[in-house]
Design a binder for this molecule. Structure first.
Ligand SMILES: [Zn+2]
Length: 344
């Protein structure tokens, strides 16, 4: 049984004008990780510089001449895959091109470009090209699996704009495979294995069943993907897309990739409506038999990439380890829903 725990506390303060006030803070526990987070409601009234409207594109949005990912530089400025992975050196899917990361994070670390467009504002990418970019990552992971099955901890991530950790604005995904699990990969695999052993079902299916029943955080669907705001977010405006019952990368169909791209674009349009231009997304996979973890994409808004914007991580997150967001997940779901309507 998954526990969706929340506890409300009041901070009693005297306001500058002398009146007494009780400021509510909610502490929520993620049923999957057991990690706590805080919803500090009153901070949503704080002015956040740089979020009044969508910030203008960064100066690097115009710097195509020096961009290694732009078509005129791609072949001469990016590395090639070794022959045992791909004799042609790069993988192609529609407009998407995949090649190794010049600055790898692990044993197998690659970059998948969306297309030849140097700068694409949040929420305006082409869904087909986004899906091809994911399919290219899938192809890369399948090739790695064929030559090195021990490198079974897989991830596809995106850092949109430098405030989210992106070093180049040219739209791309990172993909990696490693024999050594990351903290989240190690934890999730063990947790999902235990849960399936005890309850005979997927952890995320159980999570989703609870959320569909309560519906307060459910946003919508794209194909087989179910979209919802995280119950205990560890990032701002955190949205999850779950593919219930699907645990293997190879079981993600061509249509699933297309529908994933659509849901991500819907999420981005919602973020754009909030004047936000930076985000991270991530999908974790395991190249193992009988993988117990179902497929999930997670999106989190990051601090805007604009002058004088403060970081989204404070001493609370860095030193206490609890994320403190400002908005109730139920409010996130209610506001995001309209981006899932058939006309968007
Ligand atoms: Zn470029």
């Amino acid at each position: 049984m998954l526990m969706f725990r929340k506890e409300r506390r009041l901070a009693h303060i005297i306001l500058p004008d002398g009146t007494a006030a009780d400021r509510p803070v909610e502490i929520r526990t993620d049923p999957i990780t057991g990690r706590t987070c805080r919803i500090t409601f009153s901070r949503s009234a704080e002015r956040e510089p740089g979020t009044e409207t969508l910030p203008a594109p960064p100066p690097s949005a115009l710097e195509t001449a020096a961009c290694p990912f732009c078509p005129q530089n791609l072949n001469t400025h990016t590395p090639r895959l070794p022959t045992e992975i791909c004799p042609q050196g790069r993988l192609y899917r529609g407009e998407s091109v995949l090649f190794p990361n010049l600055y790898p994070y692990g044993q197998y670390s690659a970059v998948s470009l969306m297309d030849t467009c140097h700068f694409v504002e949040i929420g305006t990418a082409d869904a087909q090209r986004y899906a091809d970019c994911f399919r290219n990552c899938r192809d890369y992971l399948c090739r790695i699996h064929a030559i090195d099955p021990k490198a079974c901890h897989w991830a596809i991530t995106q850092n949109h704009l430098p405030s989210a950790g992106g070093s180049l604005v040219h739209p791309h995904l990172q993909v990696q495979a490693d024999a050594v699990a990351s903290n989240y990969q190690r934890f999730l695999l063990a947790r999902a294995k235990r849960y399936r052993h005890r309850h005979g079902e997927g952890l995320l299916s159980a999570y989703l069943r609870h959320e569909m029943r309560t519906s307060a955080r459910w946003i919508g669907t794209t194909g087989r993907w179910q979209w919802l705001s995280a119950f205990a977010p560890e990032g701002f405006y955190e949205i999850w897309g779950i593919l219930p019952g699907v645990t293997e990368l190879r079981a993600v169909t061509s249509d699933d990739w297309q529908m994933l791209a659509q849901g991500i674009l819907n999420s981005q349009k919602y973020y754009r409506s909030l004047g936000r231009n930076g985000y991270n997304l991530g999908l974790l996979f395991w190249g193992i038999d009988k993988c117990p973890v179902e497929v999930r994409v997670v999106l989190k808004v990051r601090a805007n990439y604009a002058p004088w914007v403060r970081s989204d991580l404070t001493g609370f997150e860095m030193m206490l380890g609890d994320m403190a967001t400002f908005t109730a997940p139920e409010a996130v779901a209610a506001a995001a829903k309209r981006f899932w309507s058939p006309s968007t």
